[in-house]
Design a protein around this ligand. Structure first.
Ligand SMILES: *Cc1c(COP(=O)(O)O)cnc(C)c1O
Length: 384
């Protein structure tokens, strides 16, 4: 049996056709598909503006650059995320300040943010872990009271909702990723959404070197000026065509993700060694990941055994303060995150993507249950 991967893009004929048409059109970048994707995306999430960029990491970097924070300003964030979240803070010469997570949702613990604030704190960069929106009303309360900006890393959360509003319309700036394992893909790619026109204009400059020029095919002239030091973080037209065609199937793909996740939860919740994170009733989960905690079962042995049986697990995430680079920076006391540490020891991510078949899900469920039984027995033997 072939290994069942942990995540996988869903590519249909209509995606291939959409990309081919742009390739044959002769306009590969800075063209009409970029605008079309941005406009549809903004409409979908309910924001005024959207800016397409070359990756989710580029989106995070530019979102922070656009805020123009003073050097050495501090940005509160979670350690339980992909490194790109806090790397983007470092790219901007800002200081990440990690705050422990909630034991129930694994999202940043808003109540612990208060004690991490200093006079230099300027922003909170939070992540909707696994696709479940953070407690936005609490975060907004803190932000308003302490005069902080909110940036949402919604790389997991395209399609998610909080109290009836789509993620992407809530924070000052929201970033998305279109990496192949995410809810939609453009190969590599990302998006920033905002309702703030001045942010929007700055982001357009920042992703195109800082040049105030439009393509000559859009009526632009040969002359231009450099307004600020930007990057080339543009997304190509054929990637935007893929993004558009994926966006049209997002609802159906997220429905499939949710169905599979609900089945995992339904059929594994009775296993005493397994706990799932709490699913809030405040919103709609985008189900980028389905994770569970193993109690009294060695996670690393469980991972190995699953792989031997043809099921690829994963660990989301190694806490950022554990990485050598971050330890050398001496940014934080690695013992200050008891919840993150505990969750990290126990967590495993099951395969989840729209094209998983019912038979594969059956097989994964059976393998998980059998592996628990097997490891429980060997655990009992070593205790004797
Ligand atoms: C995927 C991801 C990113 C980075 O996105 P890329 O498109 O791979 O650059 C950032 N943050 C989180 C939480 C992610 O999952």
């Amino acid at each position: 049996m072939e290994l069942i991967p942990n995540g996988r893009p869903s590519i249909e004929d209509e995606d291939v056709t959409a990309v081919s048409m742009v390739l044959q059109s002769g306009w590969l970048t800075t063209g009409p598909k970029v605008k079309e994707f941005e406009e549809e995306f903004a409409t979908y999430v309910g924001s005024k503006y959207a800016v397409a960029v070359s990756s989710g990491t580029a989106a995070l970097e530019l979102a922070l650059t656009a805020l123009d924070l003073p050097k050495e300003a501090e940005v509160i964030t979670t350690p339980f995320t992909f490194v790109a979240t806090s790397n983007a803070i470092l790219y901007n010469s800002l200081k990440p300040v990690f705050v422990d997570i909630e034991p129930t949702t694994f999202n940043i613990d808003a109540d612990k943010i208060i004690s991490a604030l200093t006079p230099r704190t300027r922003a909170i960069l939070y992540v909707d872990y696994a696709g479940q929106p953070c407690n936005f009303s609490r975060l907004r309360e803190i932000a308003t009271e302490k005069n902080l900006l909110l940036i949402e890393d919604a790389s997991h959360a395209l399609g998610a909702e909080y109290r009836g509003k789509k993620v992407g319309s809530l924070a000052h700036l929201t970033t998305f990723s279109f990496h192949p394992v995410k809810n939609i893909t453009t190969g590599e790619g990302g998006m920033i959404t905002t309702n703030d026109e001045s942010m929007y204009k700055k982001l357009l400059l920042l992703r195109n070197h800082g040049l105030d020029k439009s393509d000559q095919r859009f009526g632009g002239e040969w002359s231009y000026d450099l307004k600020l030091l930007g990057r080339n973080y543009r997304l190509t037209d054929f990637q935007c065509a893929l993004g558009l065609s994926q966006l049209h199937r997002l609802a159906a793909m997220n429905r499939k993700r949710a169905e599979i996740a609900r089945r995992y939860i339904r059929e594994l919740s009775a296993v005493p060694e397994i706990t799932f994170p709490k699913i809030s009733t405040d919103g709609v989960h985008a189900w980028h990941l389905c994770v569970l905690l193993l109690n009294n079962i060695d996670r690393n042995l469980f991972y190995k055994e699953l792989k031997l049986q043809g099921v690829q697990g994963n660990v989301h995430y190694i806490p950022i303060y554990k990485f050598e680079y971050y330890q050398k920076l001496g940014l934080c006391d690695p013992t200050a995150f008891p919840v993150t540490e505990d969750i990290f020891q126990k967590i495993i991510t099951l395969p989840l993507y729209p094209d998983l078949t019912e038979k594969e899900v059956d097989y994964i469920l059976q393998t998980v249950k059998e592996t628990i039984t097997k490891l429980k027995k060997s655990g009992e033997r070593t205790k004797l």
